[in-house]
Design a protein around this ligand. Sequence first.
Ligand code: FEO
Ligand code: CA
Ligand code: CA
Ligand code: CA
Length: 600
Amino acid sequence: PADLGPAPTGTDFVAVAPNTDDVVTVPEGYDQAVVIRWGDPVLPDAPAFDIGNQSAAAQEKQFGYNNDFAGLLPVDGVPNTYLLVVNHEYTSEPFMFAGYDPDNPTEEQVRIGWANHGLSVVQVKGESGSGRLTPEFGPYNRRITGLTEFLLTGPAAGSDLVRTAADPTGTRVLGTLNNCAGGLTPWGTVLSGEENFNQYFANAENVTDPVAAERLARYGLEGGASERLWERFDPRFDIVATPNEVNRFGWVVEVNPWDATSVPVKHTALGRFKHEAATIHVTADGTVVSYSGDDERFDYMYKFVSSRRMQPGTSQAAMRHNMTLLDAGTLYVAKLTGDAPDEIDGSGALPASGTFTGTGEWIPLLRTTEDGRGESLVDGMTAEEVAVFTRLAGDKVGATKMDRPEDFEPNPVTGKVYVALTNNTKRGEDGKAAADVANPRNNNKNGQVLEIDDDHAGTSFTWSLLLVCGDPEAADTYFGGFDKAQVSPISCPDNLAFDPHGNLWISTDGNALKSNDGLFSVALDGPRRGETKQFLTVPVGAETCGPIVQENRVVVCVQHPGETDDATWDAPSSHWPDGGTAQPRPAVVAAWKSDGLIGA
Ligand code: FEO
Ligand code: CA
Ligand code: CA
Ligand code: CA
């Protein structure tokens, strides 16, 4: 309608309709192409990918499995050239190996699994007039895997909780696992969240010490054998044999992609939980604020405020300093108070007051001084315990239990901060927290998006729900007040990104509306606030991850195509991207406007 004015710059496409097609669908007038797939070469001496003849040695030089976060960093002085940095969250062995026996993986299959985790750094070349990206071999190309050495920094480093027989210093960890979402820092590095690390560790059920057992249970560590049986080939994955190894995962990882020999870091001052990501806002005085969600039903939202200030520039000295920003400062957890809580009946319907709004406070948990010492701000816990068992600290201070806080992202244009709350079908169950203003729906299948007006370096904020997701025709959905007859259905918001114009983009994981996942734009300001439009859909069984929205291209990671309940190696539910009878392969995709710039 004319009274709305033109669509915000960058969102003037005709929305893609929901579908269940085994392709990537983009709007009319746009093109898309695969950038890089699982198994494609990252290093020049990588052998060609052969799905029937894989090896760990080959995979350590090839693009890993299940791409999640993606970042593009322009290479200084080389036009139209970027580093593409990608997380590889997890492996799905039954879809990777013909004849895989889940009860008896071979050692080589396990080693291939380790090599498929971690991150890839790949130089990519753009071309004028399109958004296509082509991988190249460059000096920064690198694979980081489940075996790469990391430096543990911050208040838990070296403590009794992280020392092992193999690493008596408690500072050298092999590998990063389950790297989900992430963020780019203004100083040129990449942050990556270690999310569901619990799934790799076996035999929590045989731990008898009640304190240890309680801590393990709070982190979802339970049962005997692990799903992939890695413990058969390395005792560090057996909690009884190596009790502290599990405490060396669940951190925010920082990688300097500009030095392929640099040792990546795990920052313990940011706390240990199922970090979906960490994303940065820098205040006017150079204080760095890192936001992070703990992706679990009924878990918490966190931020870290640095005591050091960011140094501008890209000199080696600036990089050295800036890579310590996340090692000194204060870690907080969020407590939300809703306005008019009595109006919330758990249905998700808009309350009589017309909005879902409230206030909040950041409760301090842990202060890390510039000499690296931790000070606990939680009664009954040491600093090391707060760092390593941060969820228990959040429990003690009464933090607000959220509906799976996933990506948590500041808007670079307005400074407001957004959180994707993916879903929580256990909300309102007996013995569980019931709906509140920020999580207004019991049995929440479709999730919501929270908008926070934060005093970034301070401790107070106000908030409102931007979206209560789902079928716009249903009463339990809300699109920022926008006309629901004119929006795309959206379910299970997961990753968030902003385009250069300050529009929000949301990718989804687990669409409960029975169509494929995808990527959506959301207008935030003016009469179109809440207007939600689907930009693309991904193939069968895939989730959409790692969105990057630039002036002239959109990049998404297509994760776990073909991962449906009924799929097997012999009867795949997807053949994307190679087509024919091929097995599905996770891959990164670029999309662009066929005749010019997206934002033009
Ligand atoms: Fe790996 Fe929370 O998604
Ligand atoms: Ca995710
Ligand atoms: Ca993001
Ligand atoms: Ca996900």
